[in-house]
Design a protein around this ligand. Structure first.
Ligand code: SAM
Length: 345
């Protein structure tokens, strides 16, 4: 049966197995590129099923490598699959696959971190943001070093409705190191609750689908892998600029075991720290002795809104960075100079 169910009518013709292709093109996994391949098509079918129905879908697959997941996407009935692969060695194998699925597979040799996905698909697949998601999916088994910066970039794109989200609420099905998958989906009060939990959940419905044991990959990575599905929300749970949300959330989680006011304090310059922290906590009506992991998304929303109000009253605040102040202090001490003199140098 095809990966996405009985409806899919297209099946790839008999092809060399992914393992045979790897041998044929001598595709040794590059350690520096953290390449770990999935050769078991039942497993790649299972990942693809998490995306939902792919009948006639447009799909961007990131990092197809030898093409195991790509085969499952094609067998699930996708009409238009755009693969973005950084490593040239995989291009001949992908071309073979493209010949076996005429008109269905487009190959881009490039870096997904810079690829302009807003230009990759025809505009008429777009759906208004408030409607159901478009029939466009992003699917990928990427190296962990790429998947985390990439999801942060895509979350920012969701908040601006840019990049892959110019087409509407494009859904994503991606792999992460198991611990990162747990952080992305952690609920209030759980041990894994972190900056990533808030950043992903204020913008998306996030689902930790299943865990793939490391031994399923060739070569075997040291860690297990989690498959995570994201659907952007019609209405973000926090309606402030992404960078501002990120700044507040990062500051709060800076002291994840302490009371949350400790992280909030670091949003403000030392001279006004105590009174502005108190004002922000009161405006937000959040108990300052809660731990960061105990805060709900509505409480983060209240904190970010309170911070935004303070920034409107005092525009200089928005550019204040605690780390910069620390660096300047350190420099002033080293040079035996007053802080404001160091700031002018
Ligand atoms: N999808 C294949 C599979 O499941 O067997 C390969 C997975 S391997 C973990 C990651 C793939 O992503 C490799 O083919 C690697 O060359 C590719 N890759 C790594 N960084 C990339 C980037 N920045 N842009 C596009 N592809 C990338």
């Amino acid at each position: 049966m095809a990966a996405s169910g009985k409806l899919a009518s297209f099946r790839l013709p008999p092809l060399p197995t992914v393992g045979e292709l790897i041998k044929l093109y001598n595709l040794r996994a590059e350690k520096q590129l953290s390449q770990n391949f999935l050769l078991d098509l039942r497993l790649t079918d299972k990942i693809v099923r998490q995306a939902g129905s792919l009948t006639d879908a447009h799909v961007c697959e990131v990092g197809p490598g030898p093409g195991g997941l790509t085969r499952s996407i094609l067998n699930a009935g996708a009409a238009d699959v755009l693969v973005v692969e950084k490593d040239t060695r995989f291009i001949p194998g992908l071309k073979l696959l493209s010949e076996a699925a005429p008109g269905k597979l487009r190959i881009v040799h490039g870096d997904i971190l810079t690829y302009r996905m807003d230009r990759g698909f025809v505009a008429n697949i777009s759906k208004p943001w408030e409607e159901d998601p478009p029939n466009l999916h992003i699917i990928g088994n990427l190296p962990f070093s790429v998947s985390t910066p990439l999801i942060i970039k895509w979350l920012e794109n969701i908040s601006n409705r840019s990049g892959p989200f110019t087409y509407g609420r494009t859904r994503l099905t991606l792999t992460f190191q198991k611990e990162v998958a747990e952080r992305l989906t952690a609920s209030t009060g759980s041990r894994q609750r972190s900056r990533l939990s808030i950043m992903s959940q204020y913008l998306c419905t996030v689902h930790n689908c299943f865990t793939i044991p490391g031994r399923a990959f060739v070569p075997k990575p040291k860690v297990d892998v989690g498959v995570v599905h994201f659907t952007p929300l019609v209405q973000p749970q926090i309606q402030q600029p992404f960078k501002m949300v990120e700044k507040v959330v990062r500051s709060v989680f800076q002291y994840r075991r302490k009371h949350c006011h400790k992280g909030v304090e670091k949003l403000f310059p030392e001279a006004h720290r105590a009174e502005l922290t108190q004002e922000m906590m009161q405006k937000a009506d959040v108990d300052p002795i809660l731990r960061p992991t105990e805060l709900t998304i509505p409480q983060f929303r209240a904190l970010v809104n309170a911070y935004a109000q303070l920034c409107t009253q005092e525009p200089g605040l928005v550019n204040y960075e605690y780390r910069e102040e620390l660096k300047l202090k350190h420099l002033a001490r080293k040079r035996n100079m007053p802080m404001d003199t160091v700031m002018d140098t």
